[in-house]
Write a protein that binds this ligand. Structure first.
Ligand code: BDP
Length: 601
């Protein structure tokens, strides 16, 4: 995977978003019948990007399990010959295989990270190319998130379905853009920046990976928002020093533009890449989390990439609305629960000053103690899944390492971290994560175990806990929330001596349902539930953050505990506020809130 395809004077990217030809492969015959040759006599329309599930009137497509096929013609300009040409697929959920002109050019496992195929040699320049992508949505025990295909035999027939252990609908398809890209034959393959601050000087340690045979030198320039050069450097590794640097701050982001140029020995520009970069520091000391040396209290949400009709697809209008709502309500942070979000989301967070806990798609690695397919101790865990998990963390860090908004990696959500074998498994994942990040950000994983049963939390820098007193435990009994929460939080701190973020607390709420005294599912209960939790958080000086579950209502699989999806949103799925939104806004927007949280005793 190379850099995000920003265009420059040496680079081009054609966004292939639009209506593609589409065929669900309900009988699983596509490969045998060579659908990859792209000679289709019939097909449906499909939007890219989109999940395919909710755009159809066909229940079989909504609940489809297996392959679906996408196809479209692609024009590769003749002028691109001699350069490096590649296809970039930003997200094929959950496995993608790509053919160009009938030849397989790449395949990829994992639905939330980009992958590429070099087509320099195979493209038909100055003419049409047949692009075919097969996307498979099957989840098994070798992929994140894991799942299982279940089969039940009855006298009247056999039924098969996809079982999942996570609480969001298994949307599938080409969820993010597909692009045709051109870079020069000798090009910038990757850039790594490590920011630091010394007094009023900001430093960016920059390094570059290049590819291609033309000998070259590297020139670096950092510019401010007016285009003024603030620092320069040269060589594959350089440290740029910006005097009187403006720092990237939560809610008050400042981004410089970093430019890297490859110049030939004869002084000819070979390649140039520019991207926005923020300077900030992150540190944990004792009970506090510091950004730029100031104590930071996380207030915000666990989110989802989810909306009606397009499912999990990238939607710029929706993202802008979400960022506006987060600012409106006074949130300063979010977790990309439960998978890496689009690069465009990360760029918006960088620009808007939203602090991000960047999470892997490792959700649902637990069996509630029944059996374990993940951590089988005597066999050293599930080696294939562990290998994939480590690769996903490495790819995620390669993709997101330069974003100032990312202040912590989350390696998992609610795994069975009280199960034997989970410790060596996560030890390996955490170690690989720390090794992969040039910026050495803190690492966490989100737990739902108890302070006495968890066997992994000492491996993390921050204890992140999902907790539902007054909802899953003693539903409706809100008077119990504050005392039981305080007792539990104190036990987490006593046992692990790390700052604590409550990464999930929330109550399903049907907008328009009113009950006083408060009763579960009513808007009044959601407010009461949040208030009681806040009373507990405010009483614990080691609590450094609160992320309400969830920002907005979202789709789940069908089940008797879900009435039209998960309704714990503070906003509806259409992004309208429930009453709790106003209560939260009052708490988080109070001018003294951040100071009070930082000074908690
Ligand atoms: C937690 C999960 C989250 C669920 C939430 C809930 O982390 O994905 O949506 O509970 O049940 O267990 O609302």
């Amino acid at each position: 995977m190379s850099l995000y395809p920003f265009e420059t004077e040496t680079r081009e990217a054609k966004d292939l978003s639009g209506i593609w030809n589409f065929r669900p492969d309900s009988k699983g015959v596509g490969r045998k019948e060579k659908w990859h040759l792209g000679q289709w006599s019939e097909s449906q329309m499909m939007a890219v990007p989109s999940s395919y599930n909710d755009v159809s009137q066909d229940v079989a497509l909504r609940d489809h399990v297996g392959d679906v096929w996408y196809q479209r013609p692609v024009f590769v300009p003749a002028s691109w010959k001699g350069d490096r040409v590649y296809l970039r697929v930003d997200a094929a959920c959950h496995r993608g295989t790509v053919w160009l002109n009938g030849k397989e050019i790449t395949s990829h496992k994992g639905g939330y990270l980009p992958f590429e195929a070099d087509i320099t040699e195979s493209a038909n320049y100055g003419g049409e190319n047949k692009l075919v992508i097969c996307v498979n949505n099957i989840l098994d025990y070798t992929i994140l998130p894991p799942g299982e295909i279940k089969t039940e035999k009855h006298a009247w027939g056999t039924i098969t379905w996809q079982d999942i252990q996570h609480d969001f609908f298994n949307y599938a398809g080409l969820h993010r853009p597909v692009r045709l890209c051109r870079v020069p034959a000798t090009y910038i393959a990757d850039i790594t920046t490590v920011p630091s601050v010394q007094g009023t000087t900001g430093s960016l340690k920059c390094s570059i990976e290049t590819s291609g045979s033309t000998p070259h030198t590297v020139e670096w320039t950092a510019r401010d928002h007016t285009g003024n050069t603030v620092a320069t450097g040269s060589g594959a590794n350089a440290t740029l020093k910006i005097l009187k640097a403006r720092l990237w701050e939560p809610g008050n982001a400042y981004l410089y533009t970093l430019e890297a140029k490859l110049v030939s020995k004869a002084g000819v520009l070979l390649d140039v890449y520019r991207f926005p970069v923020g300077i900030r520091t992150v540190q944990i000391k004792g009970k506090r989390f510091y950004i730029n040396g100031k104590p930071f209290y996380f207030k915000g949400f666990g989110k989802h990439e989810d909306a009606s009709i397009r499912g999990k697809a990238l939607d710029h209008a929706l993202n802008v609305k979400d960022f506006n709502l987060m600012r409106w309500i006074g949130a300063n942070s979010a977790r990309t629960s439960h998978y890496p979000y689009s690069e465009e989301f990360m760029q918006m967070a960088d620009r808007d000053g939203l602090v991000v806990i960047d999470e892997s798609p490792a959700v649902g690695l637990q069996f509630f103690g029944k059996t374990t397919k993940f951590f089988i101790p005597e066999k050293g865990g599930n080696p294939e899944l562990l290998r994939h998990h480590i690769e996903v963390m490495q790819d995620l860090i390669r993709r997101d390492k330069n974003y100032a908004c990312v202040v912590m990696w989350s390696v998992q959500n609610e795994a069975g971290t009280d199960e034997e074998g989970s410790r060596p498994y996560f030890q390996a994942v955490i170690e690989a994560t720390r090794k992969a990040d040039p910026c050495k950000r803190p690492v966490t994983g989100v737990v739902c175990t108890t302070p006495t049963t968890d066997i992994t939390c000492d491996l993390y820098d921050v204890v992140c806990v999902n907790r539902y007193h007054g909802w899953y435990w003693h539903p409706g009994r809100w008077t119990m929330i504050a005392p039981s929460m305080i007792a539990e939080l104190k036990a987490w701190y006593k046992n692990f001596k790390k700052p604590v973020i409550i990464t999930e607390y929330g109550a399903d709420t049907v907008e328009g349902l009113h009950m006083d005294p408060p009763v579960i599912f009513s808007e009044e209960y959601q407010i009461k539930f949040l208030d009681c939790n806040h009373e507990a958080f405010d009483a614990c000086d080691f609590v450094i953050g609160e992320h309400v579950w969830n920002f907005a209502d979202f789709a789940t699989k069908q089940g008797i505990t879900r009435v039209n999806g998960n309704r714990k949103g503070v906003f509806t799925r259409e992004r309208q506020p429930k009453s709790a939104a106003f209560a939260l806004k009052k708490r988080w927007s109070d001018p003294s809130f951040d100071e009070r949280m930082a000074a908690k005793k």
